[in-house]
Design a protein around this ligand. Structure first.
Ligand code: 6R9
Length: 648
């Protein structure tokens, strides 16, 4: 197996080394006391209004379940991201915003960001939004997205960011579930010179029953194309900012008050609202950002994730800004105007750390090195990946071409639920192995278990659980604590179940092998098969369907649909196109069906359960070794399926 040592250039300036990592990690997990002492020390990185005296109170027994971190501490997250940097660094760039078109960029200092956050905070207060109220953000990658998140944090409102690529239906269901009082959106979004009708989607979403909770809609003027504004409900962002003053006293929040909700797919149809806390989440985002990205005062940090995902929350907004680090926000896509764009942005803004997803790396790699070589990328010193396992070829290319061999790569494994990174090869702490998340971060105790929950020692593969807590862990599913306990703390009593499989190699390093539940990972985006199935069967032509993942060269995983049509419907290319458009409209373009097979029957057990294992194999083009099919209700179904898939 190939191993990559850290370049001497990087090692010479690194914040850690193998001995330091090993020592601090050991200390951080050795005993309950040393673990608590470690987190107490980390909490000192936060500016508290009232310093916590209690650090950790965790009990995973279901009859007396508790997760509390820093429970008597008080703080305000926006003060940590803004006010405290105004003393020494008011004019340092907080956000470097690069627009969709290369002629557009904006640099916003901490002082300017503070002023705008305060104005928006005051405006929201005037609208009657306050502590604990939910605010839905449906925005493109514009600075106003970060302003809105921080303004919510300032007044104690709980934001729920809905990815701008989601449909009006998806937005509506999140508004209904969170009962948001306010929506902040834009007239339109722009990506790759294509416009998306955000405001129109909001209007459609607010026609849905259950969204009457929304009293106001604030609209950012992004493209200027005319959009309908409804008299009392809708107001322009710039008008409310202009009419507000910038003296906005921060709300005092308890460490355990919620900071935000973020919806993510699970193995059932309905996305769940993951709840993150104020004190624990901030401590974790802040400290993992420092550790994993080897952060220095002058870094320009660019995470390409959209703020609609957890990566955008922790590593576009909260992690960098709490550390006083300049964060780059990019509105566009890697291929516009050409595939040279990523490198050009790195040169233009002297980006020193690039954090992106394997799917973007694979897409750039496919277009050839020449595009990357249009830039010199001299400012880069560290690279990161997130969202899905990275294949060794893409890792190699990222390392040798993008990073010119001198930049280490941090392959960071974590989840919406974990709030921040749980595993990564900390820079200069270990020789990197392409494709491996390598080592747990400080305070994190990964355990590999078999399906009966028996812990597997040494080199082994199985399900990944985490046996202790960490401050960034989710606290509940919004409005459904029972589902929270069932999903994460029931399968392996006493531990957090990640839903991922993992392998530990001979050297004790971890490799994430992918989801072990019915959740797909398409281009690094999580999406539940049940969610796609319910969108698909809502089309009048579809009677029954099963969705499985299939290997996809660029996306990592693609979506494969097996559909049984209603009586009287006939298979045609047109109908399949229509089914795909229907699902994309219901969920959003990320739910593109990469393959659709119209079939007469699905392979089911006698008790009526679909045998997805078989469907996955067929979707991957594997027709032999389908395993034990003796429990199938009707064995001939499989032969028919093979015929259909082969002839497609
Ligand atoms: C941060 C984020 C979480 C799921 C997770 C796992 C996969 C994320 C990974 C990775 C292998 C990595 N995943 N990072 N798999 N290596 N470095 O992506 O959150 O959208 O909730 O997805 O993504 O399967 O369980 P989220």
């Amino acid at each position: 197996m190939k191993k990559f040592p850290t370049s001497s250039e990087f090692a010479a300036q690194a914040n850690t080394n193998p001995e330091k990592y090993a020592q601090l990690y050991q200390q951080s997990i050795e005993s309950d006391e040393s673990n608590e002492a470690f987190w107490a020390k980390r909490a000192e990185l936060v500016d508290w209004i009232k310093k916590p005296t209690k650090i950790k109170d965790i009990n995973y027994d279901l009859d007396d379940f508790r997760i509390k971190w820093f429970e008597d501490g008080e703080l305000n997250v926006s003060v940590n991201c803004l006010d405290r940097h105004l003393v020494d660094n008011p004019y340092k760039p907080a956000i470097i915003w690069e627009g969709d078109h290369p002629s557009l960029h904006k640099i916003i200092s901490f002082k300017e960001l503070h002023s705008e956050v305060c104005r928006l905070g005051n405006a929201m207060r005037k609208m009657g939004v306050g502590k604990g109220d939910r605010v839905a953000l449906y925005l493109p990658m514009v600075p106003e997205a970060v302003v809105s998140m921080l303004a919510c944090a300032r007044i104690g409102a709980v934001h729920t960011v809905v990815f701008g690529g989601f449909s009006a239906e998806s937005l509506a269901s999140r508004i209904v579930d969170s009962q948001a009082k306010l929506v902040i959106t834009a007239d339109e979004g722009v990506r790759g010179n294509r416009y998306s009708p955000l405001k129109t989607n909001v209007d459609r979403a607010l026609d849905v029953d259950g969204t009457e909770c929304v009293e106001k809609v604030i609209v950012v003027h992004r493209t200027g194309n005319s959009v309908p504004m409804s008299g009392r409900r809708d107001v322009w962002y710039h008008t409310v900012i202009d009419n507000s003053n910038e003296d906005c006293p921060p709300e005092t929040m308890n460490a355990e008050d919620p900071l935000f909700l973020l919806y993510t797919s699970g193995s059932t149809g309905k996305p769940k609202g993951v709840v993150h806390s104020t004190g624990g989440y901030l401590t974790y985002a802040l400290s993992t950002f420092r550790d994993v990205f080897d952060v220095k005062e002058d870094d320009v940090f660019w995470c390409t994730a959209d703020v609609g995902w957890i990566t955008g929350h922790s590593y576009v907004t909260y992690g960098p800004l709490a550390n006083g680090t300049t964060t780059v926000m990019f509105e566009g896509v890697p291929q516009y105007p050409t595939w040279a764009r990523i490198g050009q942005i790195i040169d233009k803004h002297d980006v020193s750390i690039l954090y992106t997803a394997p799917t973007a790396i694979r897409a750039m790699m496919k277009e050839g090195d020449a595009f990357v070589r249009e830039s010199n990328r001299e400012s880069l010193r560290l690279l990161g990946t997130v969202g899905e396992p990275i294949n060794p070829e893409a890792w190699d290319w990222y390392h040798s071409v993008v990073g010119e061999g001198r930049c280490p790569i941090v392959d960071t494994w974590w989840q919406t639920e974990t709030g921040g990174i749980l595993m990564a090869p900390l820079p200069n702490s270990v020789d990197m192995k392409p494709g491996a998340a390598m080592n747990p971060l400080y305070g994190i105790k990964p355990v590999i278990v078999d399906s009966d929950g028996v812990e597997l020692e040494d080199a082994a593969a199985g399900n990944l659980i985490i046996s202790d807590g960490w401050p960034g862990q989710m606290r509940t599913i919004y409005g459904d604590h029972k589902r929270f306990l069932e999903t994460y703390y029931t399968t392996y009593p006493g531990s957090y179940f990640t839903g991922d499989g993992a392998m530990r190699d001979e050297d004790g390093h971890y490799w994430i092998t992918g989801r072990v539940d019915d959740v797909l990972n398409v281009s690094g985006h999580r999406i539940g098969t049940a969610e796609i199935e319910s969108a698909l069967v809502s089309h009048p032509a579809a009677a029954e369907t099963a969705i499985v993942g299939m290997p996809h060269e660029l996306k990592g995983q693609g979506i494969c649909a097996y559909v049984i049509l209603r009586h009287g419907e006939e298979d045609s290319e047109r109908l399949r196109g229509e089914l795909n458009r229907h699902v994309r409209a219901e969920i959003g373009p990320i739910a593109n069906l990469d393959a659709i097979y119209v079939v007469d029957a699905l392979p089911k057990t006698r008790s009526g359960k679909i045998m997805r294992r078989i469907l996955r194999k067929l979707a991957a083009g594997e027709f032999d070794g389908l395993g034990d099919t003796s429990t199938l209700a009707e064995a001939s179904v499989v032969d028919d399926l093979i015929k259909t898939v082969k002839s497609a």
